[in-house]
Design a protein around this ligand. Structure first.
Ligand code: HEC
Length: 200
């Protein structure tokens, strides 16, 4: 009886051993080719990118271009002032927004006697005007406190000669003279402009 138990246990153990998995083995399978190729590509890309960046300014990935501030002095860029100060309302192409912001292209208010646009930009304009067949009744802000006479002259010269507009440039002296004569008078009405200058 005892012997029988012994044998039974032996065979039981052997079966249990049999059922177990093999010991894990290492280093039998090579690294897949695809992985090797991929590591190679990453290496080449990394080194290449590094080499490509040598000598370039370190911007930390910031590739925005620097916006030029309006220059002061003799070479004031009227176009830059227009983009910064006027284009939000009158639009980059000078066409304005019908019913809200009047166009500068072909406008009689802009292209006639330069005293009129000087007054409008220096002091502002408020009241009903008609430009290119459309009526506007908005508020044009004054720029006399924000832009120098030279800057107002530059931006007016720019818009009077842009987009096919063809009127003479505006001198800084004229803006200075206007500022001296009218001071900080506040916005003009269209009638006041007609009474004072040769406005449309
Ligand atoms: C906040 C919007 C706004 C900005 C900024 C602005 N304008 Fe105006 N502008 C107007 C409005 C509105 C009128 C019409 C006012 C009215 O209805 O009486 C006008 C009228 C004018 C006029 C006369 C009408 C015409 O179409 O010719 C001129 C000239 C003018 N603006 C030039 C300029 C210039 C130059 C600048 C930049 C220095 C400028 N504006 C910036 C809103 C603006």
């Amino acid at each position: 009886m005892k012997r029988h138990d012994q044998r039974h246990n032996d065979s039981h153990n052997r079966n249990a051993q049999h059922r177990e998995h093999h010991e894990p083995e290492e280093g039998q399978r090579p690294v897949p080719k695809l992985v090797v190729v991929w590591i190679g590509i990453l290496l080449v890309w990394g080194v290449g990118y590094y080499a490509w960046q040598i000598g370039k300014p370190m911007l930390g990935g910031d590739s925005r271009s620097v916006v030029e501030a309006p220059a002061t002095g003799d070479d004031i860029d009227g176009g830059a002032i227009f983009s910064a100060r006027c284009s939000a309302c009158h639009q980059g192409n000078g066409q304005g927004v019908p019913g809200a912001f009047p166009p500068l292209v072909g406008s009689e208010w802009l292209l006639g006697d330069p005293s009129v646009p000087v007054a409008i930009v220096h002091d502002g304009l408020q009241g009903e005007i008609e430009v290119e067949g459309t009526t506007y009744n908005g508020v044009m802000p004054a720029f006399g406190g924000q832009l120098s006479s030279a800057e107002i002259a530059a931006v007016l010269s720019h818009v009077r000669q842009e987009w096919g507009n063809d009127a003479e440039a505006v001198e800084a002296d004229r803006v200075d003279a206007h500022a001296e004569e009218y001071g900080e008078r506040g916005a003009w009405s269209p009638d006041e402009l007609r009474d004072t200058f040769e406005a449309p």
